[in-house]
Design a protein around this ligand. Structure first.
Ligand SMILES: [Zn+2]
Length: 961
């Protein structure tokens, strides 16, 4: 426990929030200013927010506050997502008296008993956590316009979603059909990321099942490479698997038990008629489809019951696993005395690829140093070879009508050919199995018959999405390709469920629109919600014509005649929508890239005109707790409101933002929060010390700190614009601090009393810039500085480049580095200094430095050439005496940033002797002695150690005795 008495954060923060709300600070209505509409994915109220949720909302709030200070009319609203199965699942667990869940409600989330009792009803759970999350958002100081709040089960929202779906259906984007989906067999519902434990998207891959036949049975094999059928030399079965014989649509298949389950969900009629051990299949023969020969069934242990059908076709020339298994088997053929000789089984090469020999699988197995089929490197070898052959391989003459085709094309053609000849089928496999539903059941891929799908496979829609993704702003830039990738793999998506809260499908009321389909264009609804909440409109009077007019500016009078809203209110709503749309920035966590954020783009493009398409997406990574992933089982989930009680909202906001830029994982740790709290408390106490006022004349250090102020404003602003908030915070908190420390040291050494006005000016800008991050304490600081308006209403400081005095920045740097050097010499030599002598370089060196600098900036770095040109000039011909100077100077210059080089070049000659005289007071206050300064060229200088000649520009020689 912390023993020191800390500031009363809770009451301070509450005080300022009351003032914001009393002044309706965050309520935004259309006005003459430019608007900025920022939204963040609305929360799912099935538990309170924890620190991890705080990141996305805090980022969006800082963005909103920054844009407000830049003069925009910012709208930052919030809604609550009740739709879907997670809340339903939770209610069911309460009904079943799930002890873990109820204990979590009691101890972790501190839900009162009377509320827990009502939680068997899903809506009560949603309502409770809705209020809990909202209270937390208010306590965090989020600048939300709460007049626009709604839930996704509000009657007007239902009408809005019905309108969305009728629009999509009109455009042919909602289709009825039979498509594979991720599925929970227990709930009998499609599943998506929201519904799975660990929030895994249940993505899957389509395999071609090729049927190998003998007189009685079909041995099906699942493959991603149907084109390799021409290279099959044998089949593999695992001798230890107890295979099932099942009747599948009038054929008898031999498959693993797992495969039999998978097929049931793909709408196959399955009847089990018997079993057979893998061992018993070994040595039998099957016919290869499309070829008239037979191949042997052989044993291999790499064959897994849960993968594919449990039977594998062997293509040893092109599949590393097959090649290795065949080699292994040849070595131990004595184990299978009944098998015919294996020496006649030779790999059949069917693809030629540059860089590989006749048997590519052999090449790559040897390259990876693989000795047997249990080697895990076989996976990598397979991937590498597949990629090479897919993009660069060509089919050989022995592939009949497919000869000469490239693999990437032939793959689809061969697949079509075998399917048409009834020698193949389709199987879907989850990419990461097992995926578990929130109810605990293992998910499968189900072929959903005659269902409603959003047709994300539509090529024109995909094309449009790609082109907008490439045009819109996406932060950080590196995430843009991830979006394009998602658009590529997305396919038909089941958009309705049989259970859960939400909106009924308007043309088929047995279905409820699912949670990732009713949450894609709701940003438009924030405009409507204000009028619903003020009771100016209600569900009874809302119909499609209303939405057509407000959102799409429908002009057809016949359609408009159906609108039942008061015309004046209707105009206001339409104008308000037209003012705020499009969304200027959408914030969300990275986990929503493969679903919500991509659907958000797709649906806006389908429904709204181009001028209303989203302008920007900002994506952030997750939050770790003391370096560890947050999870219930780790016991390290801290509810946000608990953390606010302990640390205060501002410190939490800063601690989350300062540890990482957008995509990195942020780390929330106690030490960082404490450090930040201290920093803010110190800043607050500093603000009591400075009074507004002008100082009579500016000293060197005054010019410097005023220039630095402009540089810091400029740097911070540019970081904010790129949403590089960590960087921005570092400028505001730490760079300011180190500059202020130097400045006060300089002023105090001179015994000055007249710089309070300058510090007041610096702090005014600094507090304004910290206000989006730590809005509560910034208001307190702002008022201590004597400001009348609110900090959140003050303008963001504008960088004034013309006020940057580069010469004073160079001069102060020289003072700092020289003082540093003196301290270092004293530290290393352990001398108690009695006398300090400083030598600045001779005038010819200063001139030579200038010339070298301008040559280096022009790209000339050849030492010989530099020396030659310096000698040829009268002003610098003395270089002859010290040619080494050139090399050292070039190194001095190269050790600095390009920015510093250019600034030195621009400033030109500076009088080091004059500048260094400012050291007098500093050295006196630090070491209690004076200094002497000479130029290298002074005739009567004191130079017992012959040091002066080592002086270089910006690197004076120092003698300490
Ligand atoms: Zn389930």
């Amino acid at each position: 426990m912390e023993s020191e008495k800390t500031m009363e954060w809770t009451s301070l923060e509450e005080k300022w929030r009351k003032i914001w709300y009393a002044e309706k600070e965050f309520e935004s209505d259309p006005n003459a200013k430019k608007k900025f509409f920022v939204t963040v994915a609305y929360p799912y109220p099935n538990s309170p927010q924890h620190i991890g949720h705080g990141r996305t909302y805090t980022l969006a709030d800082v963005h909103a506050r920054f844009m407000r200070m830049l003069g925009y009319n910012v709208l930052f609203p919030m809604g609550f997502h009740y739709t879907g199965t997670p809340i339903l699942g939770m209610a069911r667990r309460v009904q079943e008296n799930d002890k873990d869940l109820i204990a979590a409600f009691r101890t972790l989330y501190k839900v009162p008993e009377e509320n827990i009792r009502e939680f068997s009803e899903p809506v009560k759970i949603a309502d409770y956590f809705h209020q809990e999350i909202k209270a937390g958002m208010i306590e965090m100081g989020y600048s939300i316009d709460w007049r626009r709040e709604f839930t996704t089960i509000d009657p007007v929202y239902n009408k809005f979603i019905e309108w969305q779906f009728r629009k999509l259906k009109e455009k042919g984007l909602v289709i009825q059909g039979t498509h594979p989906v991720g599925w929970c067999p227990k709930d009998q519902n499609p599943v998506s990321q929201h519904d799975t434990l660990g929030d895994v998207e249940p993505s899957f891959t389509e395999y071609t099942v090729i049927k190998f036949r003998n007189d009685k049975h079909v041995l099906p094999t699942a493959t991603l490479r149907p084109e390799t059928i021409f290279g099959v030399t044998n089949l593999w079965v695992n001798p230890n698997i107890n295979y099932e014989i099942v009747k599948v649509d009038n054929e008898e298949w031999i498959i693993s038990p797992e495969c039999s389950t998978k097929l049931e969900f793909l709408n196959k009629k399955i009847t089990k008629t018997g079993t057979i051990l893998g061992k018993e299949l070994v040595g039998k023969k099957v016919k290869v489809p499309g070829r008239d020969d037979e191949v042997l069934i052989l044993p291999a242990t790499f064959v897994k019951s849960e993968n594919g059908t449990g039977v594998v076709m062997s293509v040893p020339a092109h599949a590393p696993f097959d090649y290795q298994a065949l080699e292994d088997l040849k070595k131990e053929s004595s184990k299978y005395p009944t098998l015919p000789s294996l020496s006649s089984i030779k790999p059949i090469s069917i693809i030629s690829t540059e860089g590989y020999g006749e048997i590519p699988a052999k090449d790559i197995v040897e390259k990876f140093g693989i000795q047997d089929q249990s080697n895990p490197k076989l996976e990598d070898a397979t991937k590498e070879l597949y990629a090479k052959e897919f993009y660069g391989g060509k089919l050989k003459q022995n592939t009949g009508k497919f000869a000469q085709k490239v693999v990437s094309e032939a793959k689809e053609e061969v697949k079509k050919w075998i399917l048409e000849s009834k020698n193949a089928d389709i199987l879907y496999e989850l990419n990461e199995s097992p995926v578990r539903c929130r109810c605990g059941a293992e998910c499968v891929v189900k072929l959903l018959d005659n269902q409603w799908f959003l047709n994300y496979s539509d090529p024109a829609w995909k094309e449009q999405a790609h082109s907008w993704i490439n045009e819109m702003k996406i932060l950080p830039e590196e995430i843009r390709n991830e979006f394009n990738h998602v658009v590529d793999w997305l396919r038909e998506r089941a958009c309705a469920r049989q259970h859960g809260l939400g909106t009924k499908l308007p043309w088929d009321k047995n279905w409820i629109i699912e949670s990732l389909s009713d949450s894609v264009i709701y940003m438009a609804y924030y405009i409507i919600a204000k009028y619903v909440n003020s009771k100016e409109i209600d569900a009874e009077k809302i119909n499609d014509s209303f939405f057509d007019y407000v959102f799409l500016e429908e002009k057809d009078q016949k359609k408009l005649s159906h609108i039942k809203i008061n015309p004046e209110i209707l105009e206001n709503i339409k104008n308000e929508f037209q003012y705020y749309y499009p969304v200027d920035s959408r914030h969300s966590g990275r986990d929503l890239v493969p679903n919500h954020l991509t659907f958000f783009i797709f649906n806006h493009l389908a429904i709204f005109p181009r001028k209303d398409w989203p302008q920007e997406i900002v994506v952030n990574g997750s939050v770790l707790m003391e370096g560890k992933k947050m999870s219930k089982s780790m016991g390290n989930i801290i509810p946000l409101r608990d953390a606010i009680k302990i640390h205060g909202a501002d410190s939490i906001r800063l601690a989350i933002l300062i540890s990482a830029e957008l995509l990195q994982d942020a780390d929330f740790n106690q030490e960082a929060v404490r450090g930040i709290k201290n920093k803010l408390e110190n800043m607050l106490s500093d603000c009591t010390k400075f009074k507004d006022g002008k100082s009579s004349s500016l000293e060197q250090e005054d010019k410097w700190i005023k220039s630095r102020l402009q540089q810091l404003i400029s740097n911070t602003t540019s970081s904010m614009q790129k949403m590089r908030l960590r960087e921005a915070l570092h400028y505001v908190l730490y760079e300011f601090d180190s500059d202020l420390q130097w400045y006060t040291k300089r002023a105090e050494a001179k015994g000055r009393k007249d710089y309070s006005g300058i510090l007041h000016e610096i702090f005014s800008a600094r507090v304004a810039m910290i206000s989006p991050f730590a809005p509560h304490v910034a208001e307190e600081m702002w008022s201590l500085l004597g400001k009348k308006e609110l900090a959140s209403k003050s303008p963001w400081p504008t960088p004034k480049d013309e006020q940057i005095d580069m010469q004073s920045i160079q001069s102060e740097n020289l003072l700092k580095t020289t003082l540093e050097d003196i301290k270092n010499i004293i530290k290393v030599t352990k001398i108690v200094p009695k006398k300090i002598t400083i030598y600045v370089s001779a005038q010819w060196k200063v001139k030579a430095y200038q010339k070298i600098l301008s040559k280096v900036l022009g790209g000339e770095m050849n030492i010989g050439a530099l020396i030659k040109s310096l000698i040829s000039d009268k002003e610098t011909e003395e270089i002859k005496k010290d040619p080494d100077f050139v090399k050292k100077t070039v190194n001095d210059i190269l050790s600095e940033s390009q920015e510093q080089r250019e600034s030195k070049n621009k400033v030109g000659l500076i009088n080091e002797k004059n500048i260094l005289s400012e050291l007098e007071s500093l050295v006196k206050s630090e070491f209690g002695i004076g200094i002497q300064i000479f130029s290298e060229s002074d005739q009567n200088k004191y130079d017992p150690k012959n040091k002066a000649k080592t002086a270089r520009p910006f690197k004076p020689a120092i003698l300490i005795e």
